[in-house]
Design a protein around this ligand. Sequence first.
Ligand SMILES: Cc1ncc(COP(=O)(O)O)c(C=O)c1O
Length: 435
Amino acid sequence: MTYENDPRFSGITRFEKKIWLASPKMHGEEQKWVDEAIRTNWVSTVGENLNEIERQIAEKVGVKYAVALACGTSALHLATKLAGERLYGQALPNHGTLEGKRVFCSDVTFDASINPVAYEDGEAVFIDTEYDTWNMSPEALEQAFRIYPDVKLVVIAHLYGTPGKMQELRKICDAHGALIVEDAAESLGASYLLDGKWVQTGSIGDYGCVSFNGNKIITGSSGGMFLTDSKEDAEKVRKWSTQSREAAPWYQHEEIGYNYRMSNIVAGVVRGQVPYLTEHIDRKRAIYERYREALSDLPVRMNPWDEEKSIPNFWLSCLIIDEDAMAPSVRGDSDYLYETVPGKSSPHEILDALAAFNIEGRPIWKPMHMQPIYRSHAFITKEGNGRGRSNAYIAGSGIDVGADIFRRGLCLPSDINMTEEQQDVAIDIIHRCFR
Ligand SMILES: Cc1ncc(COP(=O)(O)O)c(C=O)c1O
């Protein structure tokens, strides 16, 4: 039986046009700045659009310098490399700056946050998540420093636009002399109360990174930015991102280079979007609040945030199903199976039901410690080593918060182009999954 024929969903009509998880919203000014770049022939990796967005984003986030790059991943790579170089010195051209070094990393995040550790030949150690904000657990980070006291670099992401517990995380890192690469790819415009002062995510770590990928809160179609208060670091990243040319009449190179700079055309799209950042956040927040209100009668909760210490950008609205309302379900590496049980549901039942009516949701980002590529890497929970916790002779097993959120949670359609009526249909479908 398909969902469209399932009597639980009778009367609902499939949308002809797909309702997206998070799609771009253009406003018209993007075209103006792109046209301007073409008209004036500034179509390469220099130009007024680049200068302007670097100035505007630095000002918005509250850092002194911003360097526009091809994508958030390139910003994260150069931030990670810079941290490696600052900590351990310049590496040979065929070696990464983190060779032989461990780096503590957020676990429930997109892999682009932490792959740069591997690009730089480092070994990611994954730090478990906490339930309050779904971000890196300060308690687990403390445990990690107890087990690996020599670690000097921590990569922290703010999941779905919700700031993590940066006050606590920063304090722990400072106590161990560790640098922070802050991945604010999903959280541009979110703020956090640090030391009694409201600051923006992306300005809290030693290096900040944002993304203008097509699904982000504002977009350039692609693009990202490296953020810092250090002029020297900004200049270094700008140099690396344009093939590391030295000051010589010919192509002269003393360092490995990259072709990571943003184009002035992409920058034109970003420039057209920047004035709409607040409007996008307001719209995302309204979507979140509508879900929170409309789903309050179900055995689910929305993705949480610290209402006293943070204001998310509400990039993605998510829900997590109460344990006792979870229908049995299992996941393989690329497939899944679930039971339909009255009064209960599961992430894939909801996602399948939404998809049947042409509405896009998504599973929670699968934790990095569960990814096949990183299965051999250490994983630290607030209890200590998170690997090998079950015991054939002892009942019970260790806490794994990330795995639990992945098992019971899902991302809801959070598109700012979605109308209230369309959101109501999604809400209705979710209710019917629990019948
Ligand atoms: C948390 C996080 N980090 C990094 C990235 C990478 O950004 P980009 O796609 O711009 O390379 C993304 C999303 O794409 C992300 O969600």
